[in-house]
Design a protein around this ligand. Structure first.
Ligand SMILES: Nc1nc2c(ncn2[C@@H]2O[C@H](COP(=O)(O)OP(=O)(O)OP(=O)(O)O)[C@@H](O)[C@H]2O)c(=O)[nH]1
Ligand SMILES: [Mg+2]
Length: 195
């Protein structure tokens, strides 16, 4: 049984003025397009159809807010790093993200979603720097771990932890499909939200 059985979609924002009210506590999910953000949100909240999952990278261009309980939210941020996105869309994403991270007082932490087969990239590292500079927490989910064998999974985890070694960033392997690491990730998430 989930700690938050009444999770529901709250609102979507395409523009800065459309953000959900900035009260209580909120955790954001960010990562490259197609890294598995929406799938992770669904797995962690145990609601398979909540955040839309797509095979087409860059599908989620909105900030989607989900309410877990009164004043407790998770946020599915639009993915980055998709080469085919036009420049004006990329700039809009940048401005929207900058605004979100600058103003969002209810934001307690960032769950950074990284495809375990790719590992931490430059944009992921920039994202981490962004939230750490704003004194927020960060946890990396190395997703699609079912696509790696045990040895490669452990190597990617080691490399990720090493890259973050002088920060408070934590990391773990995760697979929504193989149900790997879901309880560990929930513990981090619920802990942040309860604070
Ligand atoms: N094998 C495997 N595939 C996964 C896993 N998680 C997600 N995927 C697949 O990866 C693809 C992208 O998943 P999404 O959850 O839509 O990724 P996203 O980061 O939300 O993508 P955008 O919103 O487009 O940026 C889908 O085809 C998923 O089925 C996993 O744990 N294992
Ligand atoms: Mg998505």
């Amino acid at each position: 049984m989930s700690l938050y059985p009444n999770v529901k979609f709250l609102t979507s924002a395409a523009e800065a003025h459309q953000l959900a009210p900035d009260t209580g506590r909120e955790v954001a999910f960010a990562g490259r397009s197609n890294s598995g953000k929406s799938t992770a949100v669904n797995a962690l909240t145990q609601r398979s159809g909540l955040a839309r999952v797509s095979r087409t990278p860059g599908r989620t261009q909105l900030i989607n807010f989900f309410e877990l309980a009164d004043d407790r939210r998770v946020v599915d941020l639009p993915g980055y790093g998709f080469a085919k996105v036009p420049e004006r869309v990329r700039l809009h994403w940048l401005q929207l993200m900058e605004h979100y991270f600058n103003v969002r007082e209810s934001l307690v932490g960032l769950v950074l979603i990284v495809d375990s087969r790719r590992g931490l990239g430059a944009q992921d590292a920039a994202m981490l720097e962004w939230v750490l500079a704003r004194d927020r927490l960060a946890h990396v989910l190395l997703t699609k771990a079912d696509k790696l064998n045990r040895r490669d999974g452990q190597r990617v985890l080691r490399e990720t932890l090493a890259a973050c070694s002088d920060t408070a960033v934590t990391a773990q392997l995760f697979s929504a499909h193989a149900k790997q690491g879901i309880d560990d990730a929930r513990q981090v998430l619920w802990g942040w939200l309860q604070g």
